[in-house]
Design a protein around this ligand. Structure first.
Ligand code: DGL
Length: 274
Protein backbone atom coordinates (compact mmCIF):
# COMPACT_ATOMS: atom_id res chain seq x y z
CA UNK A 1 0.00 0.00 0.00
CA UNK A 2 2.77 2.42 1.00
CA UNK A 3 4.37 2.17 -2.42
CA UNK A 4 1.23 3.22 -4.27
CA UNK A 5 1.08 6.74 -5.68
CA UNK A 6 -1.05 9.63 -4.41
CA UNK A 7 -3.94 10.37 -6.79
CA UNK A 8 -4.68 14.04 -7.42
CA UNK A 9 -7.35 15.59 -9.64
CA UNK A 10 -8.60 18.96 -10.74
CA UNK A 11 -10.95 20.37 -13.34
CA UNK A 12 -7.87 21.17 -15.41
CA UNK A 13 -4.50 22.74 -14.90
CA UNK A 14 -4.98 24.70 -11.71
CA UNK A 15 -4.52 21.69 -9.45
CA UNK A 16 -0.91 21.58 -10.56
CA UNK A 17 -0.33 24.18 -7.82
CA UNK A 18 -1.40 21.47 -5.35
CA UNK A 19 0.60 18.75 -7.13
CA UNK A 20 3.67 21.01 -6.98
CA UNK A 21 3.35 21.60 -3.22
CA UNK A 22 2.81 17.87 -2.56
CA UNK A 23 5.85 16.94 -4.65
CA UNK A 24 7.94 19.56 -2.79
CA UNK A 25 6.75 18.54 0.67
CA UNK A 26 6.91 14.77 -0.02
CA UNK A 27 9.81 14.23 -2.44
CA UNK A 28 9.75 10.41 -2.20
CA UNK A 29 6.08 10.03 -3.11
CA UNK A 30 4.86 9.14 -6.59
CA UNK A 31 1.81 11.02 -7.85
CA UNK A 32 -0.79 10.49 -10.57
CA UNK A 33 -2.60 13.65 -11.64
CA UNK A 34 -5.73 13.90 -13.75
CA UNK A 35 -6.78 17.24 -15.23
CA UNK A 36 -10.35 17.13 -16.56
CA UNK A 37 -9.53 19.57 -19.34
CA UNK A 38 -12.50 18.41 -21.44
CA UNK A 39 -14.89 19.73 -18.77
CA UNK A 40 -13.11 22.76 -17.29
CA UNK A 41 -14.38 25.07 -15.82
CA UNK A 42 -16.16 23.40 -12.89
CA UNK A 43 -16.66 26.76 -11.17
CA UNK A 44 -19.81 27.62 -13.13
CA UNK A 45 -21.36 24.10 -13.22
CA UNK A 46 -24.01 22.51 -11.00
CA UNK A 47 -23.41 20.30 -7.95
CA UNK A 48 -24.80 17.29 -9.85
CA UNK A 49 -22.51 17.74 -12.86
CA UNK A 50 -19.34 18.38 -10.82
CA UNK A 51 -20.14 15.38 -8.59
CA UNK A 52 -20.68 13.12 -11.63
CA UNK A 53 -17.35 14.16 -13.18
CA UNK A 54 -15.55 13.80 -9.84
CA UNK A 55 -16.86 10.28 -9.24
CA UNK A 56 -15.81 9.14 -12.67
CA UNK A 57 -12.29 10.53 -12.18
CA UNK A 58 -12.01 8.96 -8.71
CA UNK A 59 -12.95 5.62 -10.24
CA UNK A 60 -10.29 5.99 -12.95
CA UNK A 61 -7.56 6.88 -10.43
CA UNK A 62 -8.63 4.11 -8.03
CA UNK A 63 -8.36 1.56 -10.83
CA UNK A 64 -4.77 2.71 -11.41
CA UNK A 65 -4.09 1.97 -7.72
CA UNK A 66 -3.63 4.89 -5.33
CA UNK A 67 -3.24 5.06 -1.55
CA UNK A 68 -4.89 8.45 -1.09
CA UNK A 69 -7.03 10.77 -3.22
CA UNK A 70 -6.49 14.52 -3.15
CA UNK A 71 -9.31 16.60 -4.60
CA UNK A 72 -7.18 19.55 -5.69
CA UNK A 73 -10.11 21.50 -7.12
CA UNK A 74 -11.89 23.82 -4.68
CA UNK A 75 -15.20 23.55 -6.53
CA UNK A 76 -15.08 19.74 -6.57
CA UNK A 77 -14.04 19.76 -2.89
CA UNK A 78 -17.00 22.00 -2.09
CA UNK A 79 -19.50 19.91 -4.04
CA UNK A 80 -18.33 16.29 -4.15
CA UNK A 81 -16.07 15.50 -1.19
CA UNK A 82 -18.69 13.79 0.99
CA UNK A 83 -19.92 11.68 -1.92
CA UNK A 84 -16.34 10.59 -2.78
CA UNK A 85 -15.64 9.69 0.85
CA UNK A 86 -18.76 7.54 0.84
CA UNK A 87 -17.83 5.65 -2.31
CA UNK A 88 -14.05 5.13 -1.91
CA UNK A 89 -12.26 2.85 0.53
CA UNK A 90 -9.11 5.01 0.67
CA UNK A 91 -8.69 8.34 2.48
CA UNK A 92 -9.86 11.43 0.54
CA UNK A 93 -8.50 14.91 1.24
CA UNK A 94 -10.00 18.11 -0.17
CA UNK A 95 -8.45 21.58 -0.29
CA UNK A 96 -11.09 23.44 1.71
CA UNK A 97 -10.59 22.25 5.27
CA UNK A 98 -6.77 22.65 5.26
CA UNK A 99 -7.11 26.24 3.95
CA UNK A 100 -9.88 27.05 6.43
CA UNK A 101 -7.86 25.71 9.35
CA UNK A 102 -4.79 27.73 8.36
CA UNK A 103 -6.91 30.89 7.96
CA UNK A 104 -8.41 30.50 11.43
CA UNK A 105 -4.92 30.04 12.89
CA UNK A 106 -3.71 33.15 11.06
CA UNK A 107 -6.42 35.74 11.74
CA UNK A 108 -5.94 38.16 14.64
CA UNK A 109 -8.92 40.40 13.87
CA UNK A 110 -11.22 37.34 13.53
CA UNK A 111 -12.19 38.54 10.05
CA UNK A 112 -11.30 36.27 7.13
CA UNK A 113 -11.91 36.81 3.41
CA UNK A 114 -12.35 33.95 0.95
CA UNK A 115 -11.98 34.35 -2.81
CA UNK A 116 -12.90 31.60 -5.26
CA UNK A 117 -15.09 30.57 -8.18
CA UNK A 118 -18.81 31.31 -8.20
CA UNK A 119 -19.51 27.66 -7.33
CA UNK A 120 -17.15 27.59 -4.36
CA UNK A 121 -18.49 30.87 -2.99
CA UNK A 122 -22.12 29.81 -3.53
CA UNK A 123 -21.61 26.42 -1.85
CA UNK A 124 -20.84 27.94 1.55
CA UNK A 125 -18.25 25.18 2.11
CA UNK A 126 -15.53 27.59 3.31
CA UNK A 127 -18.03 29.28 5.62
CA UNK A 128 -18.90 25.95 7.23
CA UNK A 129 -15.26 24.84 7.44
CA UNK A 130 -14.07 28.12 9.01
CA UNK A 131 -16.98 28.19 11.48
CA UNK A 132 -16.26 24.56 12.41
CA UNK A 133 -12.75 25.60 13.45
CA UNK A 134 -13.86 28.80 15.21
CA UNK A 135 -17.45 29.96 15.26
CA UNK A 136 -16.38 33.50 16.26
CA UNK A 137 -14.57 34.21 12.98
CA UNK A 138 -16.53 36.37 10.51
CA UNK A 139 -16.19 35.33 6.88
CA UNK A 140 -16.46 37.57 3.79
CA UNK A 141 -16.66 36.14 0.27
CA UNK A 142 -15.86 37.42 -3.18
CA UNK A 143 -16.06 35.39 -6.38
CA UNK A 144 -13.30 36.39 -8.81
CA UNK A 145 -14.17 34.49 -12.03
CA UNK A 146 -11.74 36.35 -14.29
CA UNK A 147 -8.72 35.22 -12.28
CA UNK A 148 -8.92 31.71 -13.82
CA UNK A 149 -8.57 32.81 -17.48
CA UNK A 150 -5.86 35.33 -16.49
CA UNK A 151 -3.80 32.56 -14.89
CA UNK A 152 -4.43 30.26 -17.87
CA UNK A 153 -3.13 32.98 -20.20
CA UNK A 154 -0.06 33.55 -18.05
CA UNK A 155 -1.15 37.15 -17.30
CA UNK A 156 0.05 36.96 -13.76
CA UNK A 157 1.45 40.33 -12.84
CA UNK A 158 0.68 42.81 -15.61
CA UNK A 159 -1.70 45.80 -15.92
CA UNK A 160 -4.72 43.61 -16.71
CA UNK A 161 -4.08 41.42 -13.68
CA UNK A 162 -3.66 44.54 -11.51
CA UNK A 163 -6.91 46.12 -12.76
CA UNK A 164 -8.87 42.89 -12.35
CA UNK A 165 -7.47 42.37 -8.86
CA UNK A 166 -8.35 45.88 -7.73
CA UNK A 167 -11.81 45.56 -9.30
CA UNK A 168 -12.65 42.42 -7.29
CA UNK A 169 -10.66 43.02 -4.14
CA UNK A 170 -11.91 46.58 -3.60
CA UNK A 171 -14.72 44.73 -1.81
CA UNK A 172 -12.34 44.13 1.09
CA UNK A 173 -11.91 47.91 1.57
CA UNK A 174 -15.54 48.01 2.70
CA UNK A 175 -15.21 44.71 4.54
CA UNK A 176 -11.71 44.75 6.05
CA UNK A 177 -10.05 41.42 6.80
CA UNK A 178 -6.51 40.50 7.88
CA UNK A 179 -6.42 37.10 6.16
CA UNK A 180 -7.61 36.02 2.71
CA UNK A 181 -7.91 32.39 1.58
CA UNK A 182 -6.94 31.77 -2.04
CA UNK A 183 -9.91 29.45 -2.49
CA UNK A 184 -9.24 28.44 -6.08
CA UNK A 185 -6.45 26.38 -7.59
CA UNK A 186 -5.37 29.12 -10.00
CA UNK A 187 -5.12 31.99 -7.54
CA UNK A 188 -1.69 31.19 -6.03
CA UNK A 189 -0.26 32.11 -9.43
CA UNK A 190 -1.71 35.63 -9.06
CA UNK A 191 -0.31 36.13 -5.54
CA UNK A 192 1.70 39.22 -6.52
CA UNK A 193 -1.25 41.02 -8.13
CA UNK A 194 -3.54 40.01 -5.25
CA UNK A 195 -1.04 41.19 -2.62
CA UNK A 196 -0.67 44.55 -4.38
CA UNK A 197 -4.45 45.01 -4.43
CA UNK A 198 -5.04 43.95 -0.81
CA UNK A 199 -1.93 45.49 0.76
CA UNK A 200 1.00 43.68 2.33
CA UNK A 201 -0.60 43.59 5.79
CA UNK A 202 -3.19 41.04 4.62
CA UNK A 203 -1.99 37.43 4.97
CA UNK A 204 -2.75 35.19 2.00
CA UNK A 205 -3.56 31.55 2.70
CA UNK A 206 -2.47 29.23 -0.06
CA UNK A 207 -4.73 26.17 0.11
CA UNK A 208 -2.14 24.22 -1.91
CA UNK A 209 0.50 24.56 0.83
CA UNK A 210 -2.03 23.83 3.56
CA UNK A 211 -3.20 20.71 1.72
CA UNK A 212 0.33 19.37 1.25
CA UNK A 213 0.85 19.65 5.02
CA UNK A 214 -2.38 17.74 5.65
CA UNK A 215 -1.39 15.03 3.14
CA UNK A 216 1.92 14.54 4.96
CA UNK A 217 0.22 14.36 8.36
CA UNK A 218 -2.38 11.85 7.16
CA UNK A 219 0.14 9.57 5.41
CA UNK A 220 2.39 9.66 8.41
CA UNK A 221 -0.48 8.85 10.81
CA UNK A 222 -1.57 5.94 8.61
CA UNK A 223 2.08 4.77 8.28
CA UNK A 224 1.87 5.21 4.53
CA UNK A 225 4.52 7.92 4.14
CA UNK A 226 7.51 7.16 1.92
CA UNK A 227 10.69 8.61 3.32
CA UNK A 228 14.37 8.60 2.47
CA UNK A 229 14.82 5.22 4.14
CA UNK A 230 12.21 3.78 1.76
CA UNK A 231 14.51 4.30 -1.21
CA UNK A 232 15.14 0.60 -1.58
CA UNK A 233 18.82 0.85 -2.37
CA UNK A 234 18.28 3.28 -5.22
CA UNK A 235 20.05 6.29 -3.74
CA UNK A 236 18.76 8.74 -6.36
CA UNK A 237 15.16 7.73 -6.08
CA UNK A 238 12.75 10.60 -5.93
CA UNK A 239 9.04 10.48 -6.65
CA UNK A 240 7.85 10.04 -10.21
CA UNK A 241 4.88 11.97 -11.53
CA UNK A 242 2.39 10.92 -14.17
CA UNK A 243 -0.15 13.26 -15.76
CA UNK A 244 -3.42 12.42 -17.51
CA UNK A 245 -5.82 14.80 -19.24
CA UNK A 246 -9.25 14.38 -20.83
CA UNK A 247 -8.51 16.81 -23.68
CA UNK A 248 -5.57 18.38 -25.53
CA UNK A 249 -2.34 17.23 -23.84
CA UNK A 250 -0.40 19.81 -25.90
CA UNK A 251 -2.25 22.76 -24.39
CA UNK A 252 -1.99 21.21 -20.92
CA UNK A 253 1.78 20.99 -21.24
CA UNK A 254 2.12 24.45 -22.76
CA UNK A 255 0.00 26.24 -20.13
CA UNK A 256 0.97 23.84 -17.33
CA UNK A 257 4.49 25.17 -17.55
CA UNK A 258 3.26 28.37 -15.88
CA UNK A 259 2.51 26.11 -12.92
CA UNK A 260 5.30 23.51 -12.96
CA UNK A 261 8.02 24.85 -15.25
CA UNK A 262 9.90 22.48 -17.55
CA UNK A 263 9.33 19.48 -15.27
CA UNK A 264 5.97 18.99 -17.03
CA UNK A 265 7.05 17.19 -20.19
CA UNK A 266 4.34 14.64 -20.92
CA UNK A 267 0.62 14.14 -20.43
CA UNK A 268 -1.48 11.20 -21.61
CA UNK A 269 -4.95 11.63 -23.08
CA UNK A 270 -7.73 9.49 -21.54
CA UNK A 271 -11.38 9.18 -22.48
CA UNK A 272 -13.65 9.09 -19.43
CA UNK A 273 -16.83 9.49 -21.44
CA UNK A 274 -18.95 12.63 -22.02
N1 DGL B 1 -10.14 24.22 -10.21
C1 DGL B 1 -11.18 25.20 -10.01
C2 DGL B 1 -11.26 25.53 -8.51
O1 DGL B 1 -10.32 25.41 -7.77
C3 DGL B 1 -10.93 26.46 -10.81
C4 DGL B 1 -11.18 26.29 -12.28
C5 DGL B 1 -12.58 25.83 -12.61
O2 DGL B 1 -13.55 26.63 -12.50
O3 DGL B 1 -12.72 24.68 -12.97
O4 DGL B 1 -12.31 25.90 -8.06
Amino acid sequence: MKKLPIGIFDSGLGGLTVQREIALALPYEDTIYLGDTAHVPYGTKSVQTVTRYSKRIAEFLSEKGIKLLVVACNTASAYALDELRKTLDIPVIGVIDPGAQMAVASTKTMRVGVIGTEGTVRSGAYFDAIKAHNVKVSVFFKACPLFVPLAEEGMLDNKIAALTASHYLGYFKEHPVDTVVLGCTHYPLLKEAITKALGRNVTLIDSAEATAIEVRELLSKEELLRTEVEKEGDSDRIGSHKFYVTDSPERFIQVGRHFLGDTLAEAELVDLGG
